[in-house]
Write a protein that binds this ligand. Structure first.
Ligand code: PXL
Length: 293
């Protein structure tokens, strides 16, 4: 029998203050009718963007025993969604998790957000080894959601602040050679309109490329990548097509940023998505995605 509520394993850190990762993923996906089972990778006092020092507890040694208990209970997942990892060694644990919880016959979504950096820089705790290992993790995914910095790192290319559509299509094709069949590239600035951020995507199964424009600059607020990817996961689990799922994610992040901008709250506190969470249950009323020639 189909489960009354679809279930997702969320392999991310828990950062107590600052709105990122699990403190975003749990409320967003619960609102979208998905049961979230967190497999925490690290425990932090805050996220690492904009806070000089933060408490960081690496949970690598706790992950396999948690997974083993779930396996013993016979827990099954409709989706596995990973993000910020606490150490490069966690890649092997997550790869094994995906294999052990792979459901034969039932549809399942494996999404890897290769959280590594932004604005051309690696996030504080990471190094080249994390990039190498994250590349190995992407092999196991159906869909990955790198920003342009992470895409450049995964492909061992130079980060370009602005690029052409052709360059982005090439990036998406190279990323698909790592393994995933759906690729979503965020924070794309195009040469002709560098002040607009775009999301470009490629679906290898039908060979189509998609583009959705955003009227926001995501990098200013930490956690917007997690917000985007969790709405994307929820939307795909609800049966939306890839372009519609991207559109819903872009519109939600945009609304959350607009809800925040009018207040004088420090950017490092993240976006006030709580104020717009209920909109996730409303139907999309406009759509502007493009299929690229
Ligand atoms: O939003 C990605 C992310 C997740 N978790 C932690 C982070 C970041 C980005 O800075 O620091 C702990």
């Amino acid at each position: 029998m189909k489960q009354p509520v679809p279930r997702l394993a969320a392999i991310h850190d828990l950062s107590g203050f600052g709105r990122s990762s699990l403190t975003i993923i749990l409320p967003v996906l619960s609102t979208m009718g998905v049961q979230v089972c967190p497999l925490p990778t690290a425990l932090l006092s805050t996220h690492t963007g904009g806070f000089e020092d933060y408490y960081f507890l690496d949970l690598t040694s706790h992950m396999q025993p948690i997974a083993d208990h779930w396996k013993k209970l016979g827990v099954q997942f409709d989706a596995v969604y990973s993000g910020f990892l606490g150490s490069p060694d966690q890649v092997e644990i997550v790869r094994r998790f995906i294999d052990e919880f792979r459901s034969d016959g039932r549809e399942q979504l494996i999404m890897v957000d290769p959280v590594l950096g932004d604005d051309g820089e690696l996030y504080g705790p990471f190094d080249r080894e994390m990039v190498r290992e994250m590349r190995r993790l992407t092999e196991k995914a159906d869909i990955i959601t790198p920003n342009t910095t992470e895409a450049a790192m995964l492909l061992d290319r130079k980060f370009l602040e602005v690029s052409s559509i052709e360059e982005c299509k090439n990036t998406l094709l190279r990323l698909s050679e790592l393994g995933p069949k759906m690729l979503v590239l965020t924070s794309v600035r195009l040469e002709d309109k560098p002040d607009v951020s775009n999301v470009l995507a490629y679906d290898r199964e039908d060979g189509r490329f998609w583009k959705v424009d955003c009227d926001y600059v995501p990098a200013i607020y930490p956690g917007t990548g997690d917000l985007f990817a969790s709405v994307l996961a929820g939307s795909l689990m609800q049966g939306d097509s890839l372009p519609i799922a991207i559109e819903r994610s872009v519109q939600f992040v945009s609304m959350a940023i607009r809800a925040t901008f009018g207040y004088r709250v420090p950017h490092r506190d993240g976006v006030l998505f709580e104020r717009v969470l209920a909109s996730l249950n409303q139907a999309l009323t406009s759509s502007s995605y493009q299929v690229l020639p």
